[in-house]
Design a protein around this ligand. Structure first.
Ligand code: FAD
Length: 321
């Protein structure tokens, strides 16, 4: 069976959930091989995690030399790994997390190996045949790469991670990075202050607030914390200065696809829907029973969020205790 290369999404060796989703998808397409760009001394720990989701091999690419540069060295390393793997037994697909960096690496890789590229897939099935939600979520596109090795960037929550034992054989791969790939150097990085909540685009549950909050996000945040959810916001809330732009969901913000999306005091404008309508279950709290958001919900509550959310939070906390 041909290998499916899966680029591991991690932060300093801490493997993120999208990796397990990608490995679950990879098993539909061939034999999953995880690719770890990171510190060599973290490789065994990472390998023990990803092999539980079916990784037969883990290619370790020590990034000591690569991480001081932008994306070009990673694309070169993947090109060389893909060529080596293709020569050894074939590559059925290359799956990369759909982050900004992931998409840029994927695009460069596609050019280097002369392959087709599909970005922002929300599902990948045998073939590989992908599903994308495009044009502000107005169309669902089914697509297939017709040239070379399919390179697919996959959005978080595209699959529910399923465990499956893999061999987890660790193999070090040392690419040769050209001088040309080192022409954009990272001078400084500053980590964003942690909120203690999951990352918006990766969270299984997202609780968002809009203009209807009146600028008071406390009920939203408390409700989110009771569920272990990420907090999101509509553009009206962001433009009013109530929340930073990093929290904005929608056409000009982030696209989320969680298991559960709870929209509070959000009318449901098309530009907001564009960022959340592929959520698996949608719940809305709005005091206007004719708000357009109710057209796409699975469950709607007509009421004032300032009383509905504290009551719901209290009940959830009580039931958890
Ligand atoms: P409103 O439309 O004002 O809705 C507020 C809702 O809150 C109403 O339905 C009201 O009934 C309800 N409400 C009020 N008080 C309460 C209460 N106490 N309890 C419960 N409900 C209450 N928008 C985005 O969100 N994301 C984007 O990325 C985005 N990109 C855009 C790009 C372009 C090019 C353009 C033109 C617009 C974009 N917008 C985007 C803006 C979008 O068109 C809407 O203006 C915006 O989504 C409205 O935000 P809202 O639903 O919070 O506010």
């Amino acid at each position: 069976m041909s290998e499916v290369l899966v680029v591991i999404d991690h932060a300093d060796g801490v493997v993120k959930k999208p990796t397990y989703e990608l490995l679950t998808i990879a098993r539909r397409l061939g034999e999953p091989s995880a690719v770890f760009f990171g510190a060599a001394d973290q490789a065994d720990e990472v390998a023990s995690l990803v092999k539980a989701y079916g990784a037969e091999k883990i290619y370790v690419i020590d990034d000591t030399e690569l991480k001081g540069y932008l994306v070009a060295p990673k694309a070169e390393a993947l090109q060389q790994l893909a060529e080596k793997t293709a020569a050894a037994g074939g590559v059925a697909a290359i799956l990369i997390p759909s982050s900004f960096e992931g998409k840029e690496v994927a695009a460069r890789l596609a050019i280097k190996i002369g392959s087709g590229l599909i970005t922002d897939a929300v599902d990948v099935q045998e073939g590989p045949v992908t599903t994308q939600s495009v044009f502000a979520g107005n169309f669902t596109v089914t697509a297939k790469v017709t040239q070379g090795t399919p390179i697919i960037t996959v959005k978080p929550n595209a699959a529910a991670p399923e465990e499956a034992a893999g061999a987890g054989v660790v193999e070090t791969f040392t690419p040769t990075i050209s001088d040309g790939a080192k022409t954009a150097q990272i001078i400084a990085t500053q980590p964003r202050q942690a909120t203690g909540r999951p990352e918006l685009t990766e969270a299984a549950i997202v609780v968002s607030g809009g203009r209807g909050t009146g600028g008071n996000f406390e009920p939203i945040e408390k409700f989110a914390d009771s569920l272990g959810a990420a907090v999101g916001a509509s553009r009206a809330a962001v433009d009013s200065g109530w929340m930073p732009h990093a929290f904005q969901v929608g056409q000009t913000g982030k696209t989320v696809s969680p298991q559960l999306y709870v929209a509070n005091g959000i009318s449901g404008a098309i530009q907001h829907r564009a960022g959340m309508q592929t959520s698996k279950t949608i719940v809305a709290v709005n005091k206007d029973n004719e708000a357009p958001i109710f057209e796409l919900v699975d469950f709607g509550v007509v009421g004032d969020l300032h009383s509905v959310l504290p009551a719901a939070t209290e009940e959830i906390v009580k039931r958890k205790a």
